[in-house]
Design a protein. Structure first.
Length: 192
């Protein structure tokens, strides 16, 4: 009926729509069928009739590959859907945990930072008030410190206020850095 080379040639022509790598693998498989059959003492005709006609084999292969391709795309869609569902559930879980355990301390730390800035501004304004109010201190009844004492204390209080304000800036930057890392960690958890 058909020699090995004729069979493989016809099979190759029927499968010409496949990519070169797939085609090569299939042809190597069918060459191996012929080699095994020859080792068992069969003729090329017997082997080719056992395998079926090249047209039938090609149709079967193409049908199988088409079905596998559809299954892969369906599996990919299912995987995307499952991944989206997983991300949403992880997001909800993290949102709940963040509201319950993280929101309170974050608001408290932000309040502390605002308080630090407020204290710094208060010290600076108080110090400036002492410096510029010293000449008018004699008009107030009661204990009045000397002008030099008021000015010195006012400058010291303003300097303390400036240091507290700088502390507020440092704490704000540290808090921002920590929150950025925490948000990035949340993003990595959600994305998997």
């Amino acid at each position: 009926m058909m020699t090995r080379n004729e069979y493989l040639s016809k099979l190759k022509s029927y499968l010409s729509s496949l990519r070169e790598g797939e085609l090569r693998e299939i042809l190597l498989d069918y060459e191996e069928h012929f080699n095994i059959g020859r080792d068992k003492g069969k003729t090329d005709d017997e082997i080719s009739s056992e395998l079926g006609s090249p047209r039938e084999v090609a149709d079967s292969i193409l049908s199988t590959l088409k079905t596998d391709g559809n299954n892969k795309s369906a599996t990919s869609q299912e995987r995307t859907s499952n991944d989206s569902t997983r991300r949403f559930l992880v997001f909800l879980l993290l949102l709940g945990l963040n509201i319950v355990f993280v929101l309170g301390p974050v608001v408290a730390i932000m309040g502390m930072i605002v308080g630090i800035f407020g204290a710094g501004i208060g010290f600076v304004v108080g110090g400036i008030g002492l410096v510029f109010g010293a000449p008018f201190a004699s008009f107030v009844s009661g204990f009045v410190p000397g002008i030099l004492t008021s000015i010195s204390f006012g400058i010291g209080l303003s300097a303390l206020g400036a240091l507290v304000f700088i502390l507020g800036i440092v704490v704000s930057k540290l808090f921002y850095r920590i929150m950025s890392m925490y948000i990035e960690w949340n993003r990595r958890i959600i994305n998997g």
